[in-house]
Design a protein around this ligand. Structure first.
Ligand code: NI
Length: 171
């Protein structure tokens, strides 16, 4: 397993729409292993492949707070049945280092995806899980959480990040 470099905003790659995966094979599994290790090393709870520069529809997540790790791997995830009721969480992002904002998202949803072995799965998500999977799904569509903020707030954040040297804030 290899720890990969995490791209940070502003970076055009982060705005790219990721492509569907045809088949979950050894190459994809190796990518998921690297993504998970990269996410743990950066102390994140979710990571999309595009954040390490790979435009594939793959996400890894682990929202467990205990020492026992509970990774979940999502290939080609699709979100369904979003609850009209919203929940607010203060979100951050490994690609938007040291910036946080309250974001409203549907409080519950279902996610259909292929797992690490390429098997079809359906999960019902609520709480932090629902927020996290929706945040990561946005990455696959080139969307960052700061896109939900006002233009002014977003431009202030991007200006700040532009002044940082690559990787200076995610060590
Ligand atoms: Ni993120």
């Amino acid at each position: 397993m290899t720890i990969r470099n995490i791209l940070t905003e502003p970076n055009k790659l982060l705005r790219q729409i990721s492509q569907k995966v045809d088949k979950v094979g050894i190459e994809e599994q190796k990518l998921m292993d690297d993504m998970l290790e990269t996410m743990y090393a950066a102390k994140g709870i979710g990571l999309a492949a595009i954040q390490i520069g790979i435009p594939k529809r793959i996400i890894v997540m682990d929202i467990s707070k205990e020492e026992a790790k509970k990774p979940i791997y999502f290939v080609n995830p699709v979100i369904k049945n979003k609850d009209p009721l919203k929940a607010t969480y203060e979100e951050g992002c490994l690609s938007v280092p040291n910036q946080f904002a309250n974001i409203d998202r549907p409080s519950r949803c279902e996610v259909e995806y292929l797992d690490y072995d390429g098997k079809k799965q359906i999960l019902k998500a609520n709480g932090l899980f629902a927020t996290c999977i929706q945040h990561e799904m946005d990455h696959l569509n080139g969307v960052l959480f700061i896109d939900y903020l006002s233009k002014l707030k977003r431009s202030i954040i991007i200006k700040k990040l532009s002044k940082l040297k690559p990787n200076s804030a995610i060590l």
